[in-house]
Write a new protein. Structure first.
Length: 337
């Protein structure tokens, strides 16, 4: 398709991270859809979600999609440790913690240095991508016109951390774990267990009760669905990368920096972008109530929960046309403003 233009890798050099350490010869992978206009004011940045690669992200981009590349220039970017950008599994002496904010600071360089853009039309993100969109709005308030936070939050909630702790402890329990999220070889049994745990959190109780894994996704039975869609999927990832991204998620907080000194209210009130918060009504870790509490402090925010039984997956509805249409409507409305 003519609007699917280019992929590449943006070299950052040795990139210092905020909690200490350096990503040696750091790079971000990216994919561009559409064309940057003469005013350079139609760029939408689209950061990746947990473990997502660029090929996993493009389903929502198209002339009739959630993001339209015939009007907007859309750059999808892989976060650190997504398996394509620099990551813990591939990079010697990778820092102990690479935060969501580190990803956004690296993306800022991509946008300004590679694209020559000083103001974004929007940042769109799902899950950890939504966390990155929130960080963009807080860390660069003058630069972001709109931010779409789909199943994400400004600060990782305690119950969300309990979920993540279970994933991290599962990887640490593997005999292949050598400490600090590094592994002597891929812990295949732990990765299988990781996928089974995730299957119980990524989709809601109502999804399973309705048997949508069979009627909507075509799985012959529950065992096959969990094995193929969850256990085998995560078994294809590098354990160190999953660990590093989960740790960034665990510590996600738009106010944990020298700008805001941990004051979340101050960080939220400093955002100037038009914010659209789109949690799923049945998400088990990014809850509607968390976004509702954040909304109170946003100068220009709207809360539009996705009325869905698909849990967290409602925010990434590649196989769910109803929720995709809901997202498209919300995004289209704000992009007209």
């Amino acid at each position: 398709m003519s609007w699917n233009n280019e992929t590449g890798s943006f070299a950052l050099g040795d990139f210092a991270v905020e909690k200490g350490g350096v990503i040696r010869e750091a790079r971000l992978t990216w994919q561009r859809f559409g064309t940057l206009n003469d005013k350079r004011d139609n760029l939408i940045l689209y950061p990746s979600s947990y473990s997502a690669r660029l090929a996993d992200m493009s389903w929502l981009i198209g002339p009739q999609g959630i993001l339209d590349p015939t009007r907007w220039c859309i750059i999808a970017v892989g976060m650190f440790s997504n398996g394509e950008s620099s990551g813990a599994a591939e990079t010697p002496d990778y820092p102990a913690l690479v935060t969501v904010a580190d990803n956004v600071r690296a993306q800022h360089r991509l946008v300004t240095e590679m694209c020559g853009v000083d103001r974004l039309a929007a940042v769109y993100g799902f899950s950890m991508g939504g966390m990155q969109a929130y960080h963009w709005a807080a860390l660069y308030p003058e630069m972001v016109k709109r931010a779409f936070v789909v199943c994400g939050s400004a600060r990782t909630a305690d119950h969300n951390k309990v979920f993540l702790s279970g994933l991290l402890r599962t990887l640490e329990a593997a005999p292949e774990h050598t400490g600090n999220g590094r592994f002597s070889s891929e812990p295949l049994l732990a990765l299988k267990a990781f996928g089974h745990i995730y299957a119980g959190w990524g989709l809601s109780q109502d999804f399973y009760r309705a048997g949508l894994y069979k009627s909507a996704l075509g799985a012959p039975d529950l065992e096959t669905f969990v094995r193929i869609n969850w256990a085998e999927r995560f078994s294809q990832c590098r354990a160190a990368n999953l660990y590093a991204q989960a740790l960034a998620w665990f510590h996600g907080d738009i106010s944990d920096n020298t700008l805001y000194d941990g004051d979340l209210t101050h960080a939220l009130r400093s955002i100037k972008a038009q914010m659209l918060l789109m949690p799923s009504e049945t998400d088990l870790y990014f809850r509607v109530a968390d976004n509702a509490a954040e909304l109170h402090h946003l100068a220009r925010g709207a809360l539009r929960p996705i009325p869905s039984v698909w849990g967290h997956r409602a925010g990434n509805p590649s196989a769910n046309p109803t929720d995709a249409a809901f997202l498209k409507a919300g995004v289209s409305d704000l992009l007209l403003k």
